[in-house]
Design a protein around this ligand. Structure first.
Ligand SMILES: [Zn+2]
Length: 257
């Protein structure tokens, strides 16, 4: 009887195993056909989440074209890079082609431009800075007042972005003729507007925008003529997200770049 019962149990077990196997096969089959649809949904969801953190790939804060120079990030020793001379101004050789393309596109659009300023050494900046202070002092100003007035228009030596060779003061010829000493309102000229609008296509950003938040972040008033090379991916991102270079670098750092 035990053997008979054992046989019966074995038969039952076999049936149960078979049924389980069938269910498993059915379930696997069901999920297999469902999976592609499920996956697309998942991918779409992930990519929409990723859009919040869509920083350009491979970009790091230590990249040469993201070097940050401002009042809080000053360099007291000259940066080392190869310079080339363009229209008797020096610039970092690595931005020369981009700048040439930018200016020739402006020319094609009908706007001749002048490269007003490029690389300036810390030594040169020091001379300009000291001369300005002496000038004010010889006009009878106190040392404090002379320093304050100087620093309202001239960067403290070591904190000017021009020492990177990646910053250029670029102006439409007509705008420059009207404002030879460079003024914010030269942006009323179509030439300057063209430069501001198209700069990112050539890897440049308008470094000191006019809105109050940007001025707070850069510490510098609106300059409609000062462009900084950061490369096309960075320039595109910065422009699309309305960031300053300061804010962008902060964002990259937060992302561990
Ligand atoms: Zn400048």
């Amino acid at each position: 009887m035990q053997r008979k019962a054992g046989k019966k149990v074995k038969k039952h077990l076999l049936l149960i195993v078979l049924v389980i196997m069938l269910i498993v096969v059915a379930v696997i089959g069901f999920f297999h056909t469902k999976q592609p649809i499920k996956n697309t949904g998942k991918i779409a969801k992930t990519s929409s989440v990723k859009k919040v953190d869509d920083l350009p790939k491979g970009v790091k804060t230590t990249d040469w074209d993201l070097v940050l120079v401002n009042k809080n990030h000053s360099y007291q020793t000259e940066l080392n890079f190869t310079k080339v001379t363009v229209d008797s101004k020096q610039i970092d050789q690595r931005i020369a082609q981009a700048l040439a393309n930018f200016r020739s596109a402006a020319q094609k659009a009908g706007y001749a431009t002048t490269l007003v300023s490029g690389y300036r050494s810390i030594a040169y900046q020091t001379t300009v800075y000291n001369n300005s202070i002496s000038q004010y002092e010889s006009n009878g100003m106190s040392a404090t007042e002379a320093k304050r007035l100087t620093e309202s228009v001239i960067q403290v030596p070591g904190s000017s972005e021009h020492q990177t060779g990646q910053a250029v003061d670029l102006a439409g010829n007509d705008a420059l003729a009207a404002y030879p000493s460079l003024e914010a309102s030269m942006d009323k000229f179509k030439s300057q507007q063209w430069l501001i609008k198209h700069a990112p296509e050539y890897g440049f950003i308008l470094r000191y925008p006019s809105d109050s938040q940007s001025i707070k972040e850069t510490g510098i008033d609106y300059e409609s003529w000062h462009f900084r090379y950061v490369g096309v991916p960075n320039a595109t991102y910065i422009t699309n997200h309305h960031l300053t270079l300061e804010k962008y670098i902060q964002t990259l750092k937060k992302a561990g770049r």
